[in-house]
Write a protein that binds this ligand. Structure first.
Ligand code: NAP
Length: 499
């Protein structure tokens, strides 16, 4: 360790939705000795990075917000990226987080030092910092995934990823290829279709699409939200219960699955009159196996004169464009990779070494797992925000993040309370707790449509569900309401058993 490395009681890594949420909960408990390390020059995480045309949130803003920082705009139902970013800035400002934010500091390694019971944080510049506890909040959708296509390097035009949008590159009048048809592409395509000359959308496999209500509230609803006492809260509650009661059972092959399938088929039939195109847009798997796309303007964009959906597999990229396996070359001057993210790598590329020199990547070689998605046994005083199996497929991720933030703040409080009078305390999860948790996850996963035969970003290449929580948000909140003494070890640092 470098001599006199700067020390903080709690190091939060990442200033996105999760990191800011954790920081707010620490503050609310009167815990002010923390630093939020952020590699970029601004906060916002995915909402800072994803600035492609049309980028927005398809979860209603009243639900895509923290209950302790409620959303109170009575005009916006579905916020666009600038509005979510503005919400996050407001959270940081209102809760006094700004002095805690340390921008331009990329943490590249975390190493637990058994002798001092502290974490050593290595940075991209080689500097080191130390912390008693670490909260990682690096997101699940932060590492862009680029397609591994032959010839890509030889493409003569401009190519970039939706999460790394090139704002200096005007698409007006251009021949554009979009690779990928997930939620990002579905938001992007309608937005650019009208201004490019030609647009080729390369689809490897189709997604089920459900209609999306308007981004703004109807004036009457807007007036009700503005004037009726408790209306914002009630609306949020309604959204929450609807997701738990309708969407979750559908994803678990329950009674509402048929209803969702009917809605998706009707939407497709209503928006795509051409039966051949419709057939190419019809998935072969259950609704929800891939994340459902919510859009009322994606299909209409595909039926425009200047837009072509290409379903022949891509063979290679040439200097001039993209060639499909049937030998057709479609010229392009711009390729946009709407190809998603490296979602199952979790804390990568950070190198994380726990007690006794154990490596997290080795421990996770068959898929990431953590008790409650938060604790990894053998990595004391390390808390994961938005860790394995805590993404929600049916409800707003802010719900699990809020539960985690409150839980982690309680854990830090425990460390502070028990560590008084100079005693160093560490908190570690029991391996049996992780095993029991994993059994619950695996049992739930088997009931969901996510493990069906489709590709999605929730599972590893071998089909292990590592990203989504397969039960209700209500259950997750209950399990994380408070630290469970039976699942954890809270011991003086010098008494942690040798590993
Ligand atoms: P995604 O859902 O993972 O979609 C990636 C797309 O790229 C898929 O269509 C995939 O095809 C295709 N693809 C990947 N590699 C390819 C290759 N080598 N060749 C051809 N096609 C390839 O990524 P995303 O659209 O960026 O969305 C990721 C997640 O971000 C969403 O599911 C959602 O959770 C979140 N998001 C949310 C919003 C929102 O409104 N809240 C908006 C955007 C994104 P296959 O399907 O065949 O694999």
């Amino acid at each position: 360790m470098t001599p006199r490395a700067p020390h903080t009681q709690v190091a939060v890594i990442g200033a996105g939705l999760a990191g800011l949420g954790a920081a707010i909960q620490l503050k609310r408990r009167g815990l002010h000795s923390f630093t939020v390390y952020e590699k970029a020059a601004d906060l916002g995480g995915t909402w800072r990075d994803n600035t492609y045309p049309g980028a927005g949130c398809d979860i209603p803003s009243h639900l895509y917000s923290y209950s302790f920082a409620p959303y109170r705009d009575s005009t916006v139902r579905y916020p666009r990226q600038p509005e979510v970013l503005a919400y996050l800035r407001r959270c940081a400002g209102d809760h006094g987080l700004v002095p805690h934010l340390r921008y331009g500091t990329e943490i590249t390694s975390l190493r637990y030092d058994d002798t001092t019971a502290r974490w050593i944080l290595g940075t991209a510049t080689g500097a080191e910092h130390t912390a008693d506890a670490v909260v990682t909040a690096v997101g699940q959708l932060s590492l862009p995934k680029y397609p591994d296509l032959p010839g890509l390097d030889g493409f003569a035009g401009t190519a970039f990823h939706t999460a790394r949008w090139d704002h200096g590159h005007d698409l007006t009048g251009r021949d554009v290829a979009v690779i990928g048809t997930g939620s990002s592409a579905a938001q992007l395509v309608p937005e650019i279709a009208g201004r490019v000359r030609r647009l080729h959308v390369y689809q490897r496999s189709p997604n089920w699409v459900l209609p999306k209500p308007g981004e703004r509230f109807h004036p009457l609803l807007s007036a009700a939200l503005r004037t009726l006492p408790g209306a914002h809260r009630a609306y949020r509650g309604l959204l929450f219960r609807r997701s738990e009661a309708v969407l979750l059972p559908a994803l678990r092959r329950g009674r509402t699955a048929a209803l969702l399938a009917l809605m998706a088929r009707r939407h497709l039939a209503a928006q795509v009159p051409d039966p051949k195109l419709r057939a190419r847009l019809t998935p072969s798997f259950a609704v929800g196996c891939k994340r459902i796309v919510l859009s009322s303007d994606y299909f209409p964009a595909l039926t425009r004169e200047n837009v072509e959906l290409v379903t022949d597999p891509i063979a290679r990229v040439t200097e001039k464009g993209i060639e499909t396996r049937d030998g057709t070359l479609r010229e392009a001057d711009t390729i946009i990779h709407a190809t998603g993210f490296r979602t199952t790598e979790f804390l990568a590329p950070m190198e994380v070494t726990g007690s006794g020199g154990r490596r997290l990547d080795a421990q996770w070689r068959h898929g990431a797992r953590a008790h409650l998605g938060i604790h990894v046994p053998g990595f004391p005083n390390l808390f994961l925000m938005y860790g394995p199996n805590t993404n929600l497929g049916h409800n707003s991720v802010t719900l699990t993040l809020e539960a985690q933030a409150a839980y982690v703040a309680q854990c830090v409080q425990l460390l502070t309370d028990h560590g008084a009078r100079g005693r160093r305390i560490v908190l570690d999860a029991r391996p049996e707790a992780l095993e029991a948790w994993q059994r619950r996850v695996d049992e739930g996963a088997r009931r969901t449509v996510w493990t069906d035969d489709c590709t999605n970003w929730f599972k590893t290449a071998d089909g292990t569900l590592t990203n989504n929580w397969p039960h209700s948000a209500t259950l997750y909140r209950r399990l994380t309401a408070r630290p469970d003494p039976a699942a954890l070890r809270l011991v003086p640092a010098d008494r942690l058993p040798a590993r």
